[in-house]
Write a protein that binds this ligand. Sequence first.
Ligand code: 6GU
Length: 246
Amino acid sequence: MNIHVLTLFPDMFLPVTQSILGRAEEKGLLQVRVINIRDYTLDKHNRTDDTPFGGGAGMVMSPEPAFRALEAIGAQGKRILYPSPRGKVLDQSLIEDLAKQEDVVILCGHYEGVDQRILDHWEMEEVSIGDYVLTGGELPAMVIIDAVARLIPGVLGSPDSHLEESIYSGLLEYPHYTKPREFRGLSVPEVLVSGNHQLIHLWRFEESLKLTKERRPDLLEEFVRAADSLTKQEKKILRGILESEE
Ligand code: 6GU
């Protein structure tokens, strides 16, 4: 998969080309190409933005450098994202969709934004990472890259860590514990050291449901709608959680 990032701050992406994602690149699973929009300006002072028509504060990204950068990478026909608080809020289903693409382009804007003709002509998808305002699209772009990369087979260490998660998909994660069994008088739930994998699974499932009910009732509602492939025992636990008062 190729992710093409167009930005005025290419250095911000240096950490992305290291660590987990760097290894994905070495293995040829993911290529993150960072393009400096300023390289495509035709302005004699290398400007990439200008004052807004109609007046007001801030600067707006000019169409020329953005169009030329998009043409240079062959963006025509590819999915093009524009991170913006105006966009559809990103969720895992959009990330899964993106992970299936051979190419994804992300245009990072700054200041007041970009000339609307860039978004319209290139049919960009505006995506937000939440209801708060950032200074630019670079951090959201990195969030998208990270979330997509971990879905590409071979990028993460253990391939079955996904499979195990899938039973609980749409739920918040159950609590985790490691050695020692007793630490400063704090112990680990007995069931986890029982060696009974079926009991452990059911305990984890119940903890996931409890946590989701308490913190994200919206997600639990969605889970109930979609959960038809549960086992008899799992269904019993789910009913118990839905009927409990806390
Ligand atoms: Cl995607 N961009 C910017 N600039 N601010 C944001 C955002 C995106 N998502 C939330 N806030």
